[in-house]
Write a protein that binds this ligand. Sequence first.
Ligand code: PNS
Length: 160
Amino acid sequence: MPRIAVYPGSFDPITNGHLDIIRRSRGLFDLIIVAVNDNPSGDYLFRGEERVRMVKEILGDLSHIEVERFEGLLVDYARDKGAGFIIRGLRALSDFEYEFQMDLMNRRLNPHIETIYLMTNQEYSYLSSSIIKEMVRLGGSTSGLVPDSVREKLLKKMKG
Ligand code: PNS
């Protein structure tokens, strides 16, 4: 049976920290589905389709990777995709409580799906989509933190 994993997130926008987790997960699973969450009540800068397009453009046609938008419960989406695993990156201790809560809730909803955590690389440990948005808004450097195409899209979006 192929080992399928879902890597979920808002990816608003995707950062080099996310890309590092995807790259490192590739060797562990037969297929990784990068699942872009599009919750109707979510407060996103980029629309769901924009975020999916952005991730697809960056990943190109890497083998064993798919990118899709999803809404609703993550465990239901994973089950429908035949995925037995969820991948999450852990940056600092501060991520732990939120991830622990989600893990317990997801496990309660579907005990057959296991969440696998990868520790972030040190160079991305302070990185988040929110901090990138703030940097671009205020003119700070994002060199090495997001792909150039992401910075360009952020600048364009923020100019309105
Ligand atoms: O990029 P994020 O904000 O860390 O991603 C959070 C995400 C999308 C993984 C999480 O909010 C999620 O799984 N949303 C789908 C709704 C759901 O299943 N919630 C139950 C988990 S407690």
